[in-house]
Write a protein that binds this ligand. Structure first.
Ligand SMILES: [Zn+2]
Length: 722
């Protein structure tokens, strides 16, 4: 059984018609009534037949898959035999196969290669999927069996992994409301369906605002300050929009951030920055404030029905953090040093403004521009000097090399595997003994049909319940593609993102568990960023960089002094980065600490005012005027486009406490590839999935749990000790 809508939660949609669409329509006509989603996929490695799948195949496939899953689950619930682990949990784990497969293909395309038709399917599918999972997860007969097994779990002769799976089933059903009375279940069901629709609308509104805004640059004046790589990307974006000869900046992060970093035109920086932070907040048809109000109220009501004072309490009860107090305590521990560092930096940036003979007060649209200048002064480093050393192909090799040194994996490029776009590359992954471990798909380039950001997903998860099933693992990025014949160059941040997502990919590729439910990245949200963030550490090491950061023209490795400065610059501007992140995490937490109104439907219930709330929450923590939250609520997709990171955006920082400490385990041996430490890491983290409680896993790896000190040191925020 697939994790509930886990992959649907984070998707945005793009109205661009794409190659895939033309391609698929042709294929659909050819295939007439055949639906490839009904069939077993007999191609190489069981990869879905992407060339044959068309948008109109999805709704019929989902209808059939829902019905099949429901019949399977009904049979389990109605089994006259006494509940056993095999006839209940094993049976549930192997049910819903068609649904898992349809979902994996659909949500991959909805994120990485969408179009109008897929977007429409998504809107129709959201409430149908919610209704389906309501039926499954609130099934009384089924819960009675799970509960009976759970009570006797120590007497069933189960393996440790089976006990964990049983615990997770019990928690999942309880948390879904399976133990409630009929009236509460009915209300909860309505709430879930409504939330699914609201989440889809939220993300489509953000995308509409992103697509609806472009800054067209016309002539050299408008391009002032922009280096070649920003101009090239802006030129490509203009061409894509039929504006050949001009330059276009969009408000997707990968386009707007470099512009803010380099554009000497303060008026244009302000213009696009204001548009960027107003996504979902513009009034009119795509405004998300009413949606947020309704979602916050419904989530609080759901939590109350399930016996929790607030949604945050409900959410965190099933996380490593356990309580809102634990989350707040970590965030506040980091907030004060980060804020004071950011305020010091603001003074220095203001000084640069004055040095230019200008007298305006530093504003949020100035921060990136002047901090790029400050970085040159303080660290003697600038983006345009670094970039020629970061070729996409070499950084991919670096990620593979690291996995080889740590875990013995090898990667061999494979052609002829079905993919969803010509840019997608496929590698076969083998272990040290040469055995097949899975396939890795890399989809690296930005395009109009792709959701912004970077993520990892799977087309199939590792498991051993039904035989030795090997995973199909996907990384999706948004790097600007170089023109024909030129190598694609990355920023250091891009390279770090590649390592981050590859760390998630390894979590899936190295997974070595029996049960699908706890396979790979199917773990608690505040644990899932450990394997990814930890992997970033290797990129920042000279052992990797002096080997793989090679100039694309001269083929010379990065000069030692540039390398040294690059690594030393890691803590530069971390006050600002920490402030924009922690402010978002704190607001996410506080929003979900709203107590439920007795009934959201009650007449006279006062609607939640997110604008006032945001303003007050930021005032309370003393948000510096020169910095804006990394994600303002009206476009905070982690939190409102589905519930993926709702009351859980802190998870990145929680995992960072762990990754800072985990990498130290290697450093302490004097070898960042130390074999013994790598074996421990593999056994207790990358291969372990959700097979044990994360505190147990980490303690097994490191012998103890860490404190936040390592994180503060890594961000350069710890007080200097004399
Ligand atoms: Zn991640």
């Amino acid at each position: 059984m697939a994790p509930v809508l886990a992959y649907g939660a984070m998707q945005e949609f793009n109205p661009h018609m794409s190659l895939m669409n033309q391609h698929s329509q042709a294929a659909a006509a050819q295939a007439a009534s055949a639906n490839p989603l009904f069939d077993d996929w007999s191609g190489p490695f069981g990869v879905p037949p992407f060339g044959q799948v068309a948008p109109q195949h999805f709704l019929p496939a989902f209808a059939r898959a829902f019905a099949a899953h429901e019949a399977e689950v009904a049979a389990i619930a109605a089994d006259a035999a006494e509940p056993t682990f095999a006839n209940t949990i094993d049976a549930l784990e192997t049910a819903g196969d068609a649904l898992t497969r349809a979902s994996n293909v659909f949500y991959l395309l909805a994120g990485a290669h969408t179009n109008d038709a897929i977007q429409e399917v998504e809107r129709e599918l959201a409430p149908l999927a919610a209704k389906h999972w309501n039926r499954i997860l609130m099934d009384e007969g089924l819960f009675r069996r799970i509960d009976a097994l759970h009570r006797r779990r120590t007497q069933l002769g189960l393996t440790a992994e089976q006990v964990r799976v049983l615990d997770r089933y019990h928690a999942r059903y309880k948390r879904a409301g399976a133990a409630l009375d009929a009236a509460a279940k009915a209300r909860l069901g309505d709430i879930n369906e409504r939330l699914a629709t609201l989440g889809t609308t939220f993300s489509q509104n953000v995308l509409a605002d992103e697509q609806g805004y472009t800054l067209v640059l016309d002539g050299e004046d408008d391009l002032a300050g922009l280096p070649d790589f920003v101009r090239a990307a802006a030129q490509a974006a203009a061409e894509e929009r039929g504006l050949a000869g001009k330059h276009v900046i969009t408000i997707s992060r990968s386009s707007v951030e470099p512009f803010l970093q380099f554009s000497a035109r303060r008026d244009l920086r302000e213009k696009i920055f204001r548009a960027w932070i107003a996504r979902g907040d513009g009034g009119g048809a795509t405004d998300n404030k009413a949606i947020i109000a309704e979602m916050v109220a419904l989530r609080a009501e759901r939590a109350r029905l399930l016996g929790y004072p607030t949604f945050a309490h409900y959410r965190l009860d099933d996380a490593m953090a356990k309580t809102p107090e634990a989350v707040r305590s970590l965030l506040e521990r980091v907030w004060l040093p980060a804020r004071s560092r950011a305020m010091e930096d603001a003074v220095a940036l203001q000084g640069l403004v004055q040095d230019e003979g200008k007298n305006f007060a530093l504003a949020p649209w100035d921060w990136r521009y002047y901090s790029e200048k400050l970085r040159k002064v303080r660290c003697d480093i600038d983006e345009t000097a670094i970039k020629p050393y970061f070729q996409l192909d070499r950084i991919i090799e670096a990620a593979f090399y690291t996995a080889n040194r740590l875990f013995g994996l090898t990667f061999e490029r494979r052609e002829g595997i079905p993919v969803w776009h010509d840019d997608v590359r496929v590698w076969e992954v083998r272990d040290a003994a040469g055995r097949h471990r899975g396939l890795f798909f890399g989809d690296y380039f930005a395009r109009g049909s792709k959701h912004s950001g970077a993520w990892m997903t799977t087309l199939r998860d590792q498991e051993k319940l039904r035989g030795d099933i090997r995973p199909l693992v996907v990384n999706v990025m948004n790097f600007s593609k170089a023109s024909e014949g030129e190598p694609t160059l990355l920023s250091f941040d891009d390279a770090r993102t590649l390592f981050h997502e590859f760390g998630h990919a390894l979590h899936a590729l190295l997974s070595d568990v029996t049960y699908p439910m706890i396979s790979g990245t199917s773990v608690l949200t505040d644990w899932v960023e450990l394997p990814s963030q930890l992997y970033e550490h290797w990129l920042e090491r000279p052992e990797i960089l002096s080997r793989f950061a090679v100039h694309f023209r001269t083929r010379e490795p990065i000069p030692q002094d540039l390398l040294r400065r690059l690594i030393a610059a890691r803590t530069f501007n971390q006050g600002w980065a920490t402030v924009e992140y922690v402010a978002s995490a704190l607001v996410d937490l506080e929003v979900h600490l709203q107590a439920a109104q007795s009934d959201t439907r009650a007449a006279g219930a006062k609607p939640f005012d997110i604008s006032a709330f945001e303003h007050d929450a930021l005032a309370r923590i003393g948000m510096p005027a020169e910095i804006v939250m990394r994600h303002r609520p009206t476009h905070f997709q982690h939190v409102f486009a589905g519930s993926g990171y709702a009351a859980a955006y802190y998870s990145y920082m929680w995992s960072e406490v762990l990754d800072a400490d985990a990498f130290a385990a290697f450093e302490e041996t004097g070898d960042i590839f130390d074999a013994g430490t790598a074996k421990n890491l593999r056994d207790h983290v990358y291969a372990a999935g959700g097979s044990r409680d994360p505190v147990e896993l980490y303690t097994a790896f490191r012998g103890r749990m860490p404190t936040p000190d390592g994180l503060l040191r890594r961000r350069g925020l710890s007080e200097k000790v004399a």
